[in-house]
Every structure is written in C-alpha cells, then in structure tokens.
Ligand binder design. Structure first.
Ligand SMILES: CC(C)(COP(=O)(O)OP(=O)(O)OC[C@H]1O[C@@H](n2cnc3c(N)ncnc32)[C@H](O)[C@@H]1OP(=O)(O)O)[C@@H](O)C(=O)NCCC(=O)NCCS
Length: 318
C-alpha cells in the first residue's frame, strides 16, 4: 500500500478518488450527504484564495483503497488544518487509515499548523468506526451537531405580516449586498461552536463574491431574506444549496438578527425556500447543534429528524 498525492490535473484520477471516497463513507453512513463529483471537481481544479487543499490516496494493486483531504485556511485560523480520512470496508484495520492520517498531519505540520481538526459523523442506527479511529489518532471531542433530514414537501410557515420576503438565486443583488454581508457576518459570530477555539471568518464583498462564484459552478444557490416593511431593515436570511442534477437540498445558514427574533422568521424563511424548489427535490439535509435550542426546535417542528451525530474533533500535532 502506498500513499500518494492526487494529481488534480488528471480527470480519471479525480473520478477514482471521488468514487472510492463515496464507497468508503457510504459503507456505514446511509444518510451521508457527500459532495457530488461536479462539486469536488470544482474544488479540486479551481484553487480557492482562502483555503489550500491537498488530496491523498492510498493505492494497493493499482486500486484506490483509501482517501484523505487536508484543508488549510489561509486567512484566519493559521494554526489549524482540517482533514477527512476514509478507507474502503474490505481494506480496514490494516493501518491504512493511520497511514493517511499521519501523511495529512505531516503536511499540516510542514505548513506550520499545530492542530488538526475533523468532523466524525456517526449514524444513529449503525455507528461506524470513525469515532474510535479519531480517538486512536489522538483527537478529542470539541463540539457536537446533529445531522437532520426532512422529506419534502413540508407545511409552509407564513411570514409575519410586518415583513416582506426577498428571495434571490445565485449572486446576491447589489442593492442587498451590504445588508446580506452584515447578516452573514452576524451568523459567523453567533453560531455555537462548543469548545472549538477558532477565529471567526470575516466576509467582505470580495470574499462573498468569490464564494458565490465557486458555489454557483456546482450548486443552485438560493437565499430567502426577511425585510421589515416599516423601515426596510433586513431581519434574517436562510441559505439553501441544491447540488446540480441532484434530488436533495442542503440547508445551510439560517439567521434571525437579534432585534428581529421572536417572529418565527426562521421557519418562514426556510419553508419559503423549500416551497420554491423544483418538485424533483425530495429531501432537505441540515445540521444544528443540540445546544442551539431555538433552531433545533424550529427544525423538528418542521418535520426534520435526527439521523446522525457529527463530532467536531481536534488533535494537537505540534
Ligand atoms: C475510520 C477509518 C478511516 C479507519 O480506517 P482503517 O484503515 O481501518 O484504520 P487503521 O487500520 O489505520 O486503524 C487505526 C486505529 O484506529 C482504531 N480503529 C479503527 N477502526 C476501529 C474499529 N472498528 N473499532 C475500534 N477501533 C478502531 C484502532 O485503534 C486502530 O488501531 P489498531 O488496528 O492497531 O487497533 C475507516 O473505518 C473509515 O473509512 N470509516 C468511514 C469514514 C470515517 O469515519 N472517517 C473518519 C473521520 S475523519
């Protein structure tokens, strides 16, 4: 077995890497939401200014039997790297996961990182080996979120009549950008992260534009926002992605600004986005910390059910 760096200019190698990653993860996570090949291809072939990424593969007899990804933030959290490791079921418990993890840690260390983080996702019915593996690699739990799933359609929650719904797809229109940026940055500052010690990512117009442009290559990006009629201020937004060609949606941020809370805007914005989806979209995935009682309750009241636990873990690699 040999650990190799993926040549991102080789389309066949990209396909093989993605196929192996999918088979390895799906083996014990029937509800996993994985990036589509198209989304992976965008990330792998069009490097971001804000993150440096490396992909590794474990190869045995010409076959990819394990995969790893390392992501290094370049603007903030310069002491941290994030990784994912997966090994095909028939090739487990032979040291391949450890070899991939060591190779990732070595690269992170060389880039000056002292902490390596990962998300370990565990199915509620059939818990896989991920958590035991992470602990064996020296990682400790820092935060937990739930992965929830809802079947569409869900009953729409009407918007408070004091607000207008403002929705767009793709790039945020110029006239709403300042308000949208303020809300996105409030979200980044407010979202609970448990014991994780991380700098908050600050979005400016250029970073938002870069993110929109990259996302739109692989996702239908939909935003629903609430604007108070009396003074035109934005009270919240909800961000939804639909991977191109897929039958599911991925509920990302939902934020209600502090002075606009208590009007059930979160449920109204989410369901407004769902109601506008093409009928082929049958399921929505989302992630919420159980400690985030308001959002967790909003989600379960809409019909979301918890299918997986996501542990944010971290190992010291200095
Ligand atoms: C987790 C995973 C990558 C492990 O791959 P692997 O090649 O089997 O790992 P290794 O053989 O190198 O195991 C290293 C150590 O992890 C621990 N470990 C691995 N699988 C385990 C299991 N099923 N139960 C308990 N401990 C386990 C052991 O301590 C093991 O050392 P040992 O075999 O000397 O006892 C693989 O099971 C997988 O792909 N799972 C799905 C994806 C995932 O959960 N990834 C982790 C999140 S980043």
């Amino acid at each position: 077995m040999e650990i190799q760096e993926l040549d991102t200019s080789d389309p066949a190698a990209l396909r093989a890497w993605h196929g192996a990653m999918e088979r390895a993860v799906r083996a014990d996570r029937p509800h996993a939401l994985l990036s589509t090949y198209a989304a992976f291809e965008v990330t792998a072939t069009a490097p971001s200014t804000y993150y440096a990424r490396t992909w590794l593969r474990a190869v045995e007899g010409g076959e990819v039997v394990g995969t790893a990804e390392l992501e290094l933030p370049l603007e903030e959290n310069l002491d941290v790297g994030w990784c994912e490791v997966a090994v095909l079921p028939d090739h487990r418990r032979r040291g391949t996961g450890r070899a991939l993890s060591d190779a990732v840690a070595e690269r992170a260390r060389r880039a000056g990182r002292t902490r390596l983080g990962a998300e370990v996702t565990v199915d509620l019915v059939v818990p896989g080996p991920g958590h035991a593996f992470a602990a064996a690699m020296g990682a400790e739990d820092k935060h937990r979120e739930d992965h929830l799933l809802a079947d569409l359609p869900v009953t729409p929650a009407p918007i408070d009549p004091a607000y207008d719904l403002v929705a767009w797809q793709g790039r945020c229109p110029d006239e709403h950008r300042a308000a949208y940026l303020a809300m996105r940055n409030q979200m980044n500052a407010d979202v609970p992260i448990g014991e994780l010690d991380l700098d908050v990512e600050v979005l400016d117009d250029a970073r938002l534009a870069s993110s929109e442009e990259r996302l739109m290559k692989a996702y239908d990006v939909r935003v629903a926002a609430a604007r108070r009629r009396s003074d035109g201020t934005f009270g919240g937004y909800s961000l939804l992605f639909v991977p191109h060609g897929s039958d599911l949606a991925w509920q990302d941020d939902t934020l209600v600004m502090p002075e606009h809370r208590g009007h059930r805007l979160g449920a109204a914005l989410k369901t407004a986005n769902y109601a506008a989806l093409p009928p082929r979209i049958r399921q929505v995935h989302t992630w919420t910390a159980p400690s985030n009682a308001a959002m967790h309750h909003t989600n379960t009241a809409l019909g979301f059910r918890v299918v997986e636990h996501v542990y944010e873990v971290e190992a010291v690699i200095a």
